[in-house]
Design a protein. Sequence first.
Length: 227
Amino acid sequence: MSTTDTPRPVVLDRRDGPFGEVVLRERGEDFEIIANGCFLMDTSDGRSERLLVDAALAALPADRPAPSVLIGGLGVGFSLVRAAAEPRWGRITVVEREQAVVDWHRDGPLGRISGAALADPRTEILRTDLIAHLRTATERYDALCLDIDNGPDWTVTEDNGNLYSPTGLAACRARLNPGGVLAVWSAQPSAEFGPALRNAGFHAVTTEEVAVARGVPDVVHLALRGE
């Protein structure tokens, strides 16, 4: 398809909230989420969002029964759908701070992607800020799969940078069970994030990449909490 044949985006919903503007657009057969004027994600691919969940599960011991997972960011629903499709996962908790995004899945067009996963009895949606939840919650998880913006070096809102700070990573570690895994999605590799994870007490720090049509690859950063 040539550039001139690319469908123009159609705005389906636009909302102003406490964290700025979020927009749901439809472009041909795909949906796009725009946050504060910054392209966040769309439904054209989804390989790296699925890898976020698959890589986290693969990093856990195979004999760990019904591991729990917290998915940070509902987005277009690919990570949730992937988790719900895997019977090995136990409790699936999704933290999403934007009411609009939750509405688009529960009552809007994104429900055609996530409807079955939302109805899964293992799934729970928490409408709250991820960083606040990590710092104040008492429950622990076997895996944290976090995808709340474009990564450590490219945050959608300034306060999201707190997630990648020493205090934010300490909160992530505190929310993990011993031997648990932290998986963080990024739209580009981050040379500084690996050392930051090690400094926060994580080990076995690795990255997995997904090549994209143009530009640098999408990345999943992985790190384990010690026993």
